[in-house]
Design a protein around this ligand. Structure first.
Ligand SMILES: Cc1cc2nc3c(=O)[nH]c(=O)nc-3n(C[C@H](O)[C@H](O)[C@H](O)COP(=O)(O)OP(=O)(O)OC[C@H]3O[C@@H](n4cnc5c(N)ncnc54)[C@H](O)[C@@H]3O)c2cc1C
Length: 525
């Protein structure tokens, strides 16, 4: 057997097998067509759980230790960066995955950037999250969406994407591992890092960038562009000065409504982008485990189960989003009097609850039905904001969430009591139709179908907590094939806030792509 062949042995096994090294060795030998005695050891390189059709199997790709041929996993170190000593040429708005991976790739290509970040580094940011969760006090510049590492820093850290460029996806995953993410993210088909580990990974990445000569200006808001002869040549900052640069990357995430406003006021080409709004549904994790794994629920080789739901209801897409097994629901607003929820999980995913966004597509028709014109690029943001304020009022203030038992919501009756939830600000029973308006119908119909397929999902232990509204950015900053704004040369829209990504991985990938466009434009690519 060749060196390469023994690295890619595929097998499908019962979960018990992966907990028993001898059984796994025998199964791998059989799959490779070798004698058991010839296989000295087995290393799992890819792992996927398949729970379809009521049968749970683990699909593995393994590497074998053969006689005289032990297999060693190649070590992964941070990407090599040159020391940058020249002038700062690029200003990046936002230290989320898009902004940080953009700076990393620019540095690798020898281009020096400064990152401008309104929020704080991860450690002080934690205190602001605690103040929000415990006392309902929000800092509009430091919260679950704003601060070092961006919106995903205190999240489940799911690292999967529908992007199909396998080499580029692997490159981002390897970069995360190089900065301290567990090696398992390269093994699991649906990798995740976990809230407890992500902040350390982000800090290591930032320190590496700083050591190469990249500057990060924390607690500094970008407040406008400097435009000369129609081209962007600088950035205005909240501390009163401007940065004179050759290119500005705007990677502010989905919640930077101030940025959307000043870009619009400057005449930058923006377009309304369809998005989704709904609720976060939560159930006991044990119920989800039973639904997905049946008799194997709780098996140590499987961990906490997840799900993914997609329905068409009332002619509209309704789907689950950002499912967090063993997770917690968090207040994810960025300003006072907005009620927004999201979810996270620790790396163990051992919490008692499973939550996910359950959201309805919001297209131009719903925006028009709300009395706004979809030709106004900020019409979707206005609708999003209106529903968030309505949800806040329905909760009675202080980020207490309006909520309803899922079975009551589907039956169209008020909840007299609510099941226990992980949401830290508390919940009050509210008929969610009053909050969701036109979205309630499609959501009810979709949940009825899910309930018929997954007994207990629409039951008394399930709760719907409002409002899941920051699923993606309702605005796109239009860009051309060379990555620049279609109206303003020198401006490079990037990541989720640019409307060009959704999720940590795709934002990181877009950051790298934008960096290569800039390097090419500067004659360095
Ligand atoms: C609680 C939570 C859990 C999530 N879980 C997951 C998950 O498990 N997996 C996943 O793939 N995705 C998850 N997401 C979504 C994911 O975080 C985003 O898709 C991703 O972070 C987008 O990356 P980005 O770099 O484009 O923008 P962001 O990460 O949003 O970063 C933008 C940055 O820009 C900064 N900024 C904004 N305006 C300004 C300004 N005017 N001046 C200076 N700085 C500014 C912000 O402070 C922020 O740090 C989660 C999001 C949240 C809120």
């Amino acid at each position: 057997m060749s060196k390469a062949d023994r690295e890619r042995i595929e097998l499908s096994v019962h979960p018990d097998v992966v907990l028993d090294a001898e059984a796994l060795r025998r199964a791998a030998a059989k799959a490779a067509g070798l004698r058991e005695s010839d296989v000295k050891g087995v290393h799992v390189r890819r792992r996927a759980i398949d729970a379809r059709r009521g049968k749970v199997r683990l699909h593995l790709e393994v590497a074998l230790d053969l006689p005289g041929m032990p297999w060693r996993e190649p070590a992964i170190a941070p990407i090599d960066l040159p020391t940058l000593t020249g002038p700062v040429e690029v200003a990046i708005v936002g230290a989320g995955p898009a902004g940080m991976f953009c700076a990393l790739e620019l540095a690798r290509l020898g281009v020096r950037a400064v990152i401008v970040e309104r929020g704080k580094p991860v450690q002080p940011r934690r205190h602001d999250l605690a103040a929000l969760a415990k006392h309902g006090v929000i800092d509009p510049d430091s919260n679950y969406c704003f601060g070092e590492g961006g919106a995903g820093t205190f999240s489940d850290g799911k690292l999967y994407t529908r992007a199909d460029k396998r080499g580029e996806v692997a490159g981002v995953l390897r970069a995360f591992v190089g900065y301290g993410a567990p090696h398992d993210v390269l093994v699991d088909a649906r990798p995740h890092i976990g809230t407890n580990r992500l902040p350390r990974v982000i800090t290591a990445m930032r320190e590496h960038l700083e050591s190469a000569g990249v500057t990060i200006a924390f607690e500094t808001r970008a407040e406008g562009l400097v435009v000369k002869d129609g081209a962007v040549v600088g950035l205005r900052l909240s501390r009163g000065d401007t940065l004179d640069v050759r290119a500005v990357v705007v990677a502010p995430g989905h919640s930077a409504r101030d940025v959307q406003r000043w870009l619009h006021a400057a005449g930058v080409a923006l377009t309304f982008k369809p998005f989704a709004i709904g609720v976060r549904v939560e159930h006991p994790q044990a119920l989800v485990d039973r639904l997905q794994y049946g008799a194997l629920a709780g098996h140590p080789a499987l961990g906490s189960a997840s799900y993914r739901l997609v329905e068409q209801a009332c002619g509209r897409g309704v789907f689950s989003f950002c499912m967090c097994p063993g997770g917690f629901i968090v207040p994810a607003a960025t300003a006072p009097e907005e009620q927004v929820v999201n979810g996270w999980s620790p790396s163990s995913r051992r919490g008692r609850f499973a939550n996910s966004g359950f959201v309805v597509e919001v297209g131009a028709d719903l925006v028009a039905a709300s009395g706004r014109s979809p030709t106004d690029p900020l019409a979707g943001v206005a609708l999003q904001s209106e529903l968030e304020h309505r949800a806040y009022a329905a909760g009675g203030g202080s980020f207490v969430a309006p909520a309803q038992r899922i079975d009551d919501f589907v039956a169209g009756r008020p909840s007299l009591e609510l099941p226990e939830t992980s949401y830290p600000r508390g919940v009050v029973p509210v008929e969610l139709d009053a909050v969701l308006g036109a979205l309630a119908g499609p959501m009810r119909e979709a949940l009825q179908r899910v309930g018929a397929r997954m007994p207990g999902f629409v039951g008394s232990s399930g709760i719907a907590v409002a409002l899941e509204s920051r699923t993606s950015c309702p605005v796109r900053i239009d860009r051309t094939d060379d990555g620049q704004s279609s109206s303003h040369p020198g401006l490079f829209p990037c990541g989720e806030g640019g409307g060009h990504a959704g999720g940590i991985m795709s934002a990181a990938l877009d950051g790298g792509r934008v960096a290569r466009w800039i390097a090419k434009w500067l004659g360095r690519g």
